[in-house]
Design a protein around this ligand. Structure first.
Ligand SMILES: Cc1ncc(C[n+]2csc(CCOP(=O)(O)OP(=O)(O)O)c2C)c(N)n1
Ligand code: SF4
Ligand SMILES: [Mg+2]
Length: 293
């Protein structure tokens, strides 16, 4: 909940402190998000964060900007709707691996395919943290009796030919995470399409993977000769690393495909930017307002 202080002519929204357990990886994501937005000079009034349902999905409550707590697994269509209504906004969808890769996986695939110019941050902890530690689609084999091979969202994104920015960060590497987030924000705000950033963000209470992930992460940003502009090269190298038991991190792929807005907003001004003072619109507004008078 956000506390609201009333002033004579305006309201000041003061974000509340996070409700997460001490040590939760999501603190690292929040810190990177604050630093990235501030370093890039993106104004609060121009920023909308759409949260999912889960511990991670409350992140929008802790930043001074517009926030929507969406339905479970439905944050992406909500965020895409905001962007299409007003493409001048910085739109960030942020949620968990359960939210995005289980109940929301259909929206995830179609959003990757349609390439809207928003940022999508998934806080991946291999569990459903909020509901006390059931296996999520990314859960390791054997975790809480899990018998399914874990879902890999980065490999999935690489296999969809219209994706344009695919990255993976780690809450345990704040410097890299902030650079990746800035990259995703710049990508989306240059109308190049979706900035997809999966963050390895351990749930210290139900699935503390800090030590294991620290040993497994492999930073592709530091690899000489890695060609992130080639999808086949990115797919081949990341598959090799996965076979070796490593988890590839860094900016994994960057390409060019027209964005959803470029493909759809061609005929008319976006809804939020239309001139509502046009005399031809007045009768329709009057008709709509009748019910409220
Ligand atoms: C339609 C619906 N189904 C199930 C739930 C219960 N539920 C709340 S959060 C959650 C999973 C959250 O996991 P994740 O997205 O990974 O977030 P985390 O808590 O791990 O950050 C579930 C299943 C719900 N709120 N709504
Ligand atoms: S239960 Fe896990 S994911 Fe949720 S706040 Fe605690 S550490 Fe973070
Ligand atoms: Mg989770």
């Amino acid at each position: 909940m956000q506390s609201v202080q009333q002033a004579p002519a305006r309201r000041i929204y003061t974000p509340s402190a996070p409700i997460w357990c001490p040590g939760c990886g999501d603190f690292g994501v929040l810190a990177s998000l604050k630093k990235s937005l501030s370093d890039l000079g993106i104004a609060s009034k121009d920023t909308v964060i759409v949260g999912g349902i889960g511990c991670s999905g409350s992140i929008h409550n802790n930043l001074e900007c517009y926030g929507i707590h969406s339905l479970h697994g439905r944050l992406l269509p909500t965020a895409v709707g905001v962007k299409l209504a007003n493409p001048k906004l910085t739109v960030i969808a942020a949620g968990g691996d359960g939210d995005g890769y289980a109940i929301g996986v259909g929206h995830f695939i179609h959003t990757l395919k349609r390439n809207p110019s928003i940022v999508y941050i998934v806080m991946q902890n291999g569990t459903y943290g909020l509901t006390k530690g059931q296996p999520s689609p990314t859960a390791a084999l054997g975790y809480e009796g899990n018998k399914d091979i874990p879902f890999d969202a980065v490999q999935t994104a690489l296999s969809i030919f219209s994706t344009t920015f695919i990255a993976r960060g780690f809450s345990g590497n704040q410097t890299q995470l902030t650079e990746l987030l800035k990259g995703a924000l710049n990508h989306a705000n240059s109308n190049k399409g979706l900035g997809f950033l999966e963050v390895l963000s351990p749930c210290v209470t139900y699935n503390d993977t800090y030590k294991q992930w620290r040993e497994q992460v492999y930073n592709l940003d530091a690899e000489k000769g890695y060609d992130r502009t080639s999808r086949p090269a990115a797919l081949t190298r990341t598959m090799q690393l996965l076979d070796e038991g490593k988890i590839p991190t860094g900016l994994i792929y960057e390409g060019t495909t027209p964005s959803l807005e470029a493909n759809t907003l061609t005929q008319t001004e976006p809804i939020a930017l239309q001139d509502i003072t046009s005399p031809s619109n007045i009768p329709r507004y009057e008709e709509l307002l009748k019910d409220f008078r």
